[in-house]
Design a protein. Structure first.
Length: 173
């Protein structure tokens, strides 16, 4: 396809187009680094977050919160096929139409980031360990961030969800 200069009414328009096109192309090729801060450890029904020594100080005062938001890498689904998946049948409900991965909680996603809100059951300072009540990550999954759960900003009143989700987990609605 040939470049058509006639579509620009002025040199300024051409320069602006060129600038935005180059900026867009650079953004599309950018790479980002995520450094795990620890990993998930599971043993039976016990779930712990083991934090690296270099990040343990970042947990100071975490014991003042009852719940945390855990972001973790879904490393078992970090492959080209899952990263290119955009439509899926929502997990645990195959009777529905396909949904976009941004409209469901599928582990197949362009960036396999999982998130869990969990209750802090305990903190063992000598082991760099945060004990939580549950987590849907596999043992060994990298933890990429932890944030305190804040009911005032992390809770949405009267949130709308897809009908299939209400049918799937009625206890919430």
């Amino acid at each position: 396809m040939a470049f058509n200069l006639k579509r620009f009414s002025s040199i300024v328009e051409l320069i602006c187009y060129d600038y935005y096109y180059i900026t867009w192309m650079m953004m599309m090729s950018m790479k980002y680094s995520i450094i795990p801060i620890g990993y998930v450890e599971k043993s039976g029904s016990n779930v712990s977050l083991i934090i690296k020594d270099s990040y343990w100080a970042a947990t100071t005062h975490l014991d003042l919160f009852s719940h945390i938001i855990i972001l973790w890498w879904i490393d078992g689904r970090d492959n080209p096929s899952d990263r290119q998946t955009v439509l899926v049948f929502p997990p645990r409900n195959k009777g529905t139409d396909q949904s976009g991965v941004f409209a469901c909680r599928s582990p197949a996603r362009p960036n396999p980031i999982g998130h869990t809100i969990a209750k802090v059951e305990g903190i063992v300072v000598t082991k760099n360990q945060i004990i939580v009540d549950h987590m849907d990550a596999e043992s060994g999954s990298p933890i990429i961030d932890i944030k305190p759960y804040l009911p005032s900003s992390d809770r949405v009143e009267d949130a709308k969800v897809a009908p299939w989700f209400v049918d799937l987990i009625p206890r919430y609605y």
